[in-house]
Write a protein that binds this ligand. Structure first.
Ligand SMILES: Cc1ncc(COP(=O)(O)O)c(C=O)c1O
Length: 195
């Protein structure tokens, strides 16, 4: 795949960021997950808006305008000749000294990662999850409480989701159902819960 990183389109093996990037050191960044179906991107404006809202929530000033970001997303798809794709805009605080102070990171690191998606699982002999169902377990880890870190911020710090995933694996299951602090069902680890 061709990946956009820091202003350049590069082969994925060359799409690298520094170990001093605060995304790597502290999970200080934001992302989005977008899909395109048959050459059309679903909800591009809405996803780009949410990306900017996440960035704004953590006071991360993105180095691209919304229009530029949309153009970069389209160009990444074109360069990879992708019509059915998963698109991952991501931006981290950028390179800075050790120590978590974000004001010492002068330049955020933006990136667009894309991947081919299998649009019809039937084509590869699989039933879609909407027909076959999924195995899930309710886990002890709770979803981020909004007064700690709002779940509206799609941040690159997913540790409690990862812990929930590990619990689901330990229980021999595949997905975990998050409860919120009040004990209400709210989300899966990487999806909205539609139970
Ligand atoms: C925890 C979580 N919930 C829900 C979703 C689904 O997000 P969307 O609102 O884009 O469907 C995601 C996607 O990354 C996620 O990570």
């Amino acid at each position: 795949m061709i990946i956009y990183v820091n202003g350049d389109f590069v082969p994925e093996q060359d799409a690298k960021v520094s170990v001093y990037d605060h995304g790597f050191l502290y999970g200080d960044g934001v992302f989005e997950g977008i899909r395109s179906y048959d050459g059309r991107i679903f909800g591009l404006d809405e996803h780009v808006d949410r990306f900017y809202e996440s960035a704004q929530s953590i006071m991360l000033e993105l180095p691209l305008s919304r229009t530029e970001l949309k153009e970069v997303i389209l160009e990444t798809l074109r360069r990879n000749n992708l019509r059915d794709a998963y698109i991952r805009p991501v931006a981290s605080r950028g390179v800075g000294p050790l120590g978590l102070d974000p004001t010492k990171c002068p330049k955020p690191t933006p990136g667009i990662i894309v991947d081919a998606e299998i649009r019809h699982p039937e084509d590869i002999g699989q039933k879609p999850a909407s027909e076959s169902g999924i195995k899930a377990v309710t886990v002890a880890t709770r979803r981020n409480n909004p007064d700690v870190l709002s779940p509206r911020v799609k941040s690159t710090n997913y540790l409690n989701n990862i812990l929930a995933k590990l619990q689901a694996h330990a229980a021999g299951d595949r997905e975990s159902i998050f409860l919120n602090a009040q004990g209400f069902v709210c989300e899966l680890t990487g999806e909205t819960c539609s139970l």
